[in-house]
Write a protein that binds this ligand. Structure first.
Ligand SMILES: Cc1cc2nc3c(=O)[nH]c(=O)nc-3n(C[C@H](O)[C@H](O)[C@H](O)COP(=O)(O)OP(=O)(O)OC[C@H]3O[C@@H](n4cnc5c(N)ncnc54)[C@H](O)[C@@H]3O)c2cc1C
Length: 502
């Protein structure tokens, strides 16, 4: 054994999801080892978009202000157009700060984002990194596992002991395979060509292109065009059965397909690569001390720009639970609620992305009515990102907004989460703060609940949900509501039961 110590957590894979899990977990002062096979950050991006809820998670790891500097907010949504460039459907967006406290759409260059997430780990001396080590074997002992790695530039084998193993090791996850090989497949399985371009300064043609995503719904050549920022654009093009896979990567072919918009006078091709898009959810995400998150647990066609967002939501749902388990406050079964909650949530995004894929692939206008509940004739075809309710887990079951992401309010000119970074928040507007602090101090401390008395804006929201108390989880989903002291007490006790606090 190269390391004599046993780590509380070993995270396999330092992609964006692994990095967010580590940044969320580290402040709980648990010992973390991260194993990553690549020595450097992957230079070729996949994700280019994240949403306002994800920016809120970045806020809760203290990195949003840095990430804001490398990301571009976008206000015009996503336009699905027909063969004649006529808009059929719009994924809505606007210039207003969203209910998450941030603009709702951000475009970014993935290596820059990952660099900030990795540098964020330097803040913690309880996080150890092993870069350039490929996990090759997992051996389970009672309550812990031995992970064996191979260094990628030699054949040296190393072994590490961990109590909890989190597989953030992407689509080909070894940890996921160790848990189970069973998969639910929603049927989308297509090869797409991704071309990333560096735009030359002063390109008049590039400047005229829209700075929003255009989905070309056309069965002859389905395609996506994206604007990352003023100097980077992306084309995603479906590979057709008649295409020659080698041919499509040749510069001549690439420029021929780009020619309606740009020529080599306007841009340089940074890279062209073929990806296979899937729509799958793994059946099992946890077995004993092994648990998975991100692409190792689910994969979505990227038409909504939500695959990574879902992985980062997994991270936020997982980290506070794992911390509570490691600290001995609850038992391991709490992780099953993570799996149930997240599976149902991510399924809604995968289904919607798959439907978008069907529309892009066929251009059939009838699909808009079928899937998006709107009529093209009325020129009103548009949709928003869903805000799904979680699957059964740690919340008081009932109608939305219970089990749904909560808004983030401004409080004394600051975003509310800043008052209780990645902690439970109890919002109240019925003068309960003092009595709760006096009568229920122990309970509040046990959960680390921060009580905030409502301002005008919070008051309005509490009224719309018919509550005078709202209990919000560290991942900002609504646990439950109450209306007076006695129902608040019951709410807190139900949380204690749900968490199986000892
Ligand atoms: C073309 C394309 C465009 C996309 N656009 C978007 C978008 O705009 N928005 C969005 O939200 N999502 C998007 N996605 C999806 C998004 O890229 C993925 O969901 C996201 O990258 C998954 O992150 P992850 O950290 O789970 O996995 P990964 O990014 O795959 O990271 C896994 C890490 O684990 C490491 N690893 C794997 N195996 C081992 C091992 N055995 N030992 C050690 N390390 C290992 C890998 O080296 C890697 O660093 C897109 C996907 C594609 C293909």
């Amino acid at each position: 054994m190269d390391e004599n110590r046993t780590f509380d957590v070993i995270i396999v894979g330092l992609g964006p999801v692994g990095a967010v899990v580590a940044n969320l977990l580290a402040p709980f002062n648990v010992s973390i080892l991260i194993i990553e096979k690549n020595k450097i950050i992957h230079p070729t991006p996949r994700a280019i978009h994240f949403d306002g809820e994800v920016m809120r998670i970045f806020q809760n790891i203290g990195l949003a202000n840095l990430i804001k500097k490398i990301a571009r907010p976008s206000f015009q949504g996503m336009h699905f157009v027909d063969k004649n460039d006529k808009t059929l459907l719009v994924r809505n967006a606007n210039k207003v700060i969203s209910d998450q406290g941030w603009y709702n759409n951000w475009y970014f260059f993935q290596p820059e984002l990952e660099n900030i997430l990795r540098n964020g780990l330097n803040r913690f001396n309880n996080v150890s990194l092993r870069l350039g080590e490929n996990l090759i074997k997992i051996k389970n002992l009672k309550n812990k596992s031995i992970l064996t790695t191979h260094t990628t530039d030699s054949t040296i084998k190393k072994s590490y002991l961990g109590k909890w193993i989190i597989g953030c090791d992407g689509a080909k996850s070894l940890i996921s395979k160790k848990i189970s090989k069973k998969v639910t497949d929603f049927g989308f399985d297509e090869k797409w060509l991704v071309i990333d371009l560096n735009i030359k300064k002063n390109s008049v043609r590039a400047n005229k292109l829209p700075n929003y995503t255009v989905q070309h719904c056309d069965e002859i050549r389905p395609m996506t065009r994206c604007c990352i920022n003023s100097s980077k654009r992306r084309w995603e093009i479906k590979i057709l059965p008649s295409d020659d896979l080698k041919e499509v990567l040749h510069k001549k072919y690439l420029w021929s397909i780009l020619s309606p918009w740009l020529t080599s006078d306007d841009a340089e091709i940074e890279r062209a690569q073929i990806y296979t898009f899937h729509s799958i959810i793994k059946k099992k995400w946890r077995k004993n001390n092994l648990v998975i998150a991100g692409d190792s647990a689910h994969q979505s066609p990227p038409f909504l720009g939500q695959g990574l967002c879902a992985g980062i939501r997994d991270a936020s749902s997982l980290a506070w639970r794992l911390a509570a388990i490691i600290k001995g406050k609850t038992d391991a079964s709490l992780l099953d609620s993570y799996v149930n909650e997240r599976k149902k949530h991510v399924l809604e995004f995968i289904k919607l992305a798959t439907r978008c894929g069907e529309l892009i692939n066929t251009g059939k206008k009838s699909l808009i009515k079928k899937y998006f509940n709107s009529s093209v004739k009325e020129n009103k075809a548009s949709f928003n990102y869903p805000k799904p309710q979680l699957g059964k887990g740690i919340w008081k079951y009932g109608k939305i907004p219970l089990g749904q992401i909560t808004p983030q309010f401004f409080f004394k000119n600051k975003l509310l989460d800043e008052k209780a970074i990645y902690k439970f928040i109890l919002l109240e507007n019925c003068k309960l703060k003092k009595i709760l602090q006096y009568q229920d101090k122990k309970l509040l401390e046990e959960f680390g609940i921060v009580i905030i008395s409502a301002n005008k804006e919070i008051n309005l929201w509490l009224k719309t949900i018919n509550a005078c108390v709202a209990l919000i989880r560290p991942d900002r989903y609504l646990y439950g509501i109450a209306n007076d002291y006695s129902s608040t007490k019951k709410l807190l006790h139900s949380l204690r039961l749900k968490l199986k606090y000892k």
